[in-house]
Ligand binder design. Structure first.
Ligand code: ATP
Length: 366
C-alpha cells in the first residue's frame, strides 16, 4: 500500500537553472499516473527525485506514510524501468530476474517461484536461458519489466521505457503494461513525451511544461476541458487547430470572425464570449470535430484543400482558410477529393474551445 505525495517540490541545477517548479501532486495507492510533456519540461527529473536518484532542492516527497527526501533509492521500495533496459549483459535472463532477490538473500526456492510467476505473465519461459544480446528490444524490455515484478515493490517508476521500440511493438508493450497493472495493481508513475502513451496508460495524466504542472486529470478531462491553450494543443492527435478571431456580441447573435471565416456561437460559448465583444480571442477546433459539409446554420466555412493524406481508414485534410492552416480529420476514406479543391467545412456545435490571448486560459461563462 503506497500513495505518493509530492509537495512544493523544486529542483535547481546550480544557481541558474530551475528545472522543477513547485510541483504538488497526490498519487493514490495503486493508481497509474502518466507524466507527459515536451523534451526538457522536467518530467524525468521529477521521476528521478521520487526514485531518489536525484537530490531535491526543496519540498517533500512521501511514499506511503514516510517522508523519503533523504532515503537512498534502495530503501524506498521502488522498482524502476528505464528506456535502455539496463540489463546485465553477461547474465542469463533467469539470473537477471533473480539478481535483486539474491541481493536481498531470498531463498532460491522463493526466487524460482517469483520468476515462474513473472515469466508466465510476460511470456518469458522460453527465454530464461538466453543472454540479453540474444533477445529483441521488446523481449529485453519485457525482462526489465519482469525484474521489477519479481521484487514486488510498493511503487513502479517508468522512465520512457518504450521509446526504443518500433511503433507496433510500442503498442503491444502498452497493452502488456496495462494488463500487468490490472493483474498486480501497483502505484505507478510513467514518464513519456508521447501523449498517446500517456492517455492510453494513465488513470490520470499530468501535463508539464517548463518545470510546472499545467493540468492533472483523467484522459477525458484533459482532452475535453484543457486547462490552457498549451494543454489543448499538446493533448490530441492531430493537434487542435488554433485561429485568432475577433468576437462580435451584440446582445443577439454572437459571432467570431477571422479572415475567411465567420462562425455563429451559441449556448455557454456565447455567454462566455459576451465579455469579449470587439476583442480578440483564440478559437480552438479539434480536427476530429470538423467535418465536410454545410452543418448547422452559421457553423461552416469555405476551405482550400492543400494536402490530402489517405490513411486507408480515413482521410486527413490540410486546408487553408484565409491565412490559417486548418486540419480536418475523419473524412471518410472513399471521399473523392484532391489538393486544389474547395470544400465546405463545418464545426460540431458546442465542440469549439476559446482561449484568452493574453493568459491563454479558457474563456468560460462566469
Ligand atoms: P526529455 O524528454 O528530453 O528527457 P524531460 O522533461 O524528462 O525531457 P528532464 O530530463 O527532467 O526533462 O530535464 C529538465 C531540464 O533540466 C532540462 O532543461 C535539462 O537540460 C535540465 N537538466 C537535467 N539534468 C541536468 C543536470 N544534471 N544539470 C543541469 N541541467 C540539467
Amino acid at each position: 500500500m503506497a500513495a505518493i505525495s509530492l509537495s512544493k517540490l523544486n529542483k535547481h541545477y546550480g544557481s541558474l537553472f530551475h528545472a522543477v517548479k513547485d510541483v504538488d501532486l497526490e498519487i493514490a495507492d495503486k493508481e497509474f499516473v502518466a507524466l507527459v510533456g515536451p523534451s526538457g519540461c522536467g518530467k524525468s527529473t521529477t521521476l528521478r527525485m521520487i526514485a531518489g536518484l536525484e537530490d531535491i532542492s526543496s519540498g517533500d516527497i512521501r511514499i506511503g506514510n514516510r517522508v523519503v527526501n533523504d532515503l537512498p533509492p534502495r530503501d524506498r521500495d521502488i522498482a524502476m524501468v528505464f528506456q535502455n533496459y539496463a540489463l546485465y549483459q553477461h547474465m542469463s535472463v533467469y539470473d537477471n530476474l533473480a539478481f535483486g532477490l539474491r541481493n536481498k538473500k531470498t531463498s532460491e526456492a522463493e526466487i524460482k517461484a517469483a520468476i515462474d510467476r513473472a515469466a508466465g505473465m510476460l511470456g518469458l519461459h522460453e527465454l530464461l536461458a538466453r543472454k540479453p544480446k540474444q533477445l529483441s528490444g521488446g523481449q529485453q524490455q519485457r525482462v526489465a519489466l519482469g525484474r521489477c515484478i519479481v521484487r514486488n515493490p510498493e511503487v513502479f517508476l517508468f522512465d520512457e521505457p518504450l521509446s526504443n521500440l518500433d511503433a507496433k511493438l510500442r503498442a503491444q508493450m502498452r497493452i502488456e503494461i496495462k494488463r500487468l497493472h490490472a493483474a498486480i495493481p501497483t502505484t505507478s508513475v510513467f514518464v513519456t513525451h508521447d501523449q498517446v502513451e500517456a492517455m492510453t496508460l494513465g488513470d490520470r495524466v499530468v501535463i508539464m511544461r517548463d518545470g510546472r504542472v499545467q493540468q492533472v486529470g483523467t484522459p477525458l478531462q484533459v482532452y475535453g476541458k484543457p486547462a490552457n491553450k498549451f494543454v489543448a494543443g499538446f493533448i490530441g492527435a492531430p493537434a487542435m487547430n488554433f485561429v485568432n478571431v475577433t468576437v462580435r456580441s451584440d446582445g443577439g447573435a454572437t459571432t467570431v470572425e477571422a479572415d475567411g471565416l465567420k462562425l455563429t456561437v451559441g449556448g455557454a460559448d456565447a455567454r462566455a464570449l459576451a465579455a469579449y465583444n470587439g476583442k480578440p480571442a483564440i478559437m480552438g477546433a479539434r480536427p476530429e470535430h470538423l467535418a465536410l459539409g454545410e452543418g448547422a446554420p452559421g457553423a461552416s466555412f469555405d476551405a482550400h484543400v492543400e494536402v490530402v493524406e489517405q490513411l486507408g481508414s480515413e482521410i486527413l485534410l490540410e486546408t487553408r482558410v484565409g491565412s490559417h492552416g486548418i486540419t480536418v480529420a475523419r473524412v471518410p476514406a472513399e471521399t473523392v477529393i484532391a489538393s486544389g479543391d474547395r470544400v465546405r467545412v463545418s464545426g460540431q456545435p458546442g465542440r469549439l474551445h476559446f482561449f484568452d490571448p493574453e493568459t491563454e486560459l479558457p474563456i468560460t461563462a462566469a
